[in-house]
Design a protein around this ligand. Structure first.
Ligand code: MRU
Length: 370
């Protein structure tokens, strides 16, 4: 998307790859909205650390980062023989997959690359195929987000007030975003609407990232405290909810997304407000039988006990909010059941959550086609 920094506008993607340097290039999202900086990771452990430490975050973006990180790791192989190469590929895969467990996109991306690599007979051929497949994954992510926008556009009418949670914007993907794709499409079509973005404690992705994205695109919005949505719904001030997802179970239609999503879905149901989840096809999981099986990342207690911000002198600092003797629980995600979800906005159209299972062949064929 277009980013204006100190008066100069330029199109950026969240994740790119410098093949000559074998380097993954990432927007340092922890500095936003205060500073726009691009960093490079020189090897796959650094790429995994960038995912784990949330330099890059969001399902599609960490999917593409893992894809490039996987290609980076196998391209750096200097050993001899296919058996040693495959052992290296296994290690790179595991390291990147374990960096963040809830989003399924990194695993789906790397499995797709491994399937393509099998077509190569030599190590060099497989290394080249890995990079090509990683590039294809990133391009597909962009295309899927564009198609989500085309299908989701019909949901947004003039005058609507839309609630979103966390950041499922272009920073959470390679470009465009999932939950924001219908908003960007509606904005481009000249529709007038207002967005409420939950601040999304503890990491505040709504306040720091979604709000920044919307400001950059000139979309009117308010950041609201996480607990304000119920009040606004009760007063008739929210017409539509669109969120993203880190994993959607194809078999049941359950949705894992940033902690607090379930609460918003319950509230939307209570107030008969349509609740949509927007996803590219890489976010679908056809393996798990139910939401209780989804690995929910437990993050550091410090995220809850304090907050990161930038001081008046421009220094990025963590400040403690909670009582010094208190500890915290910090589950990063929750699971929303299918019955609370009005529809899943996909690149192939908008489906009821339980319709996904019936459309499995169709959805899987679209993934295989690429
Ligand atoms: O912890 P994060 O920032 O990586 O969380 C992911 C998210 O941004 C949200 O859960 C988002 O709504 C879905 S990811 C597109």
């Amino acid at each position: 998307m277009n980013v204006t920094v100190r008066g100069r506008g330029r199109a950026h993607r969240t994740v790119t790859f410098d093949a000559a340097r074998n380097e993954v290039r990432l927007i340092e999202q922890r500095l936003l909205p205060h500073e726009f900086k691009i960093i490079g990771t020189r090897d796959y452990p650094e790429t995994a650390a960038a995912i784990r430490d949330m330099i890059v975050r969001g399902a599609g973006a960490i999917g593409a980062t893992a894809a490039y990180g996987f290609a980076q790791g196998v391209r750096a192989f200097r050993g001899r023989g296919m058996a040693a190469f495959e052992r290296r590929a296994d290690l790179v895969f595991r390291t990147l997959a374990e960096a963040r467990p809830t989003a399924v996109d990194p695993v789906n991306a790397m499995l797709g690359i491994r399937a393509v690599m099998k077509k190569g007979a030599t190590v060099t051929e497989q290394q080249d195929l890995a990079l090509g497949a990683a590039e294809a994954f990133a391009e597909e992510d962009v295309r899927h987000c564009r198609e989500i926008g085309e299908h989701g556009l019909e949901l947004i009418r003039d005058g609507m007030r839309i609630l979103t949670h966390c950041n499922a914007g272009w920073l959470a993907f390679v470009d465009i975003g999932s939950a924001t794709a219908p908003m960007y499409a509606a904005h481009a079509a000249g529709r007038k609407f207002h967005v409420f973005t939950d601040e999304t404690r503890p990491r505040s992705q709504g306040a720091s990232l979604t709000a920044w994205e919307l400001s950059q695109q000139g979309i009117p919005h308010h950041v609201i405290a996480d607990n304000a949505a119920g009040h606004l719904m009760q007063r008739g001030e929210i017409d539509l909810v669109i969120v993203g997802a880190d994993r959607v179970l194809g078999r049941t239609g359950e949705v894992a997304n940033k902690i607090g999503t379930y609460t918003k879905a319950v509230l939307a149901h209570r107030h008969v407000i349509p609740f949509y989840v927007a996803i590219p096809l890489s976010t679908l999981d056809w393996n798990l039988a139910g939401g209780a099986d989804i690995p929910i990342e437990e993050r550091a207690p410090e995220e809850v006990l304090g907050a990161w911000g930038v001081t008046r002198s421009g220094k990025r600092e963590w400040v403690r909010i909670a009582d010094p003797a208190s500890t915290a629980r910090n589950p990063g995600f929750d699971v929303t059941p299918a019955e609370l979800i009005t529809g899943i906005i996909t690149p192939l159209g908008i489906f009821k959550p339980r319709e996904l299972a019936r459309r499995r062949k169709h959805l899987e064929a679209a993934v295989a086609k690429g």
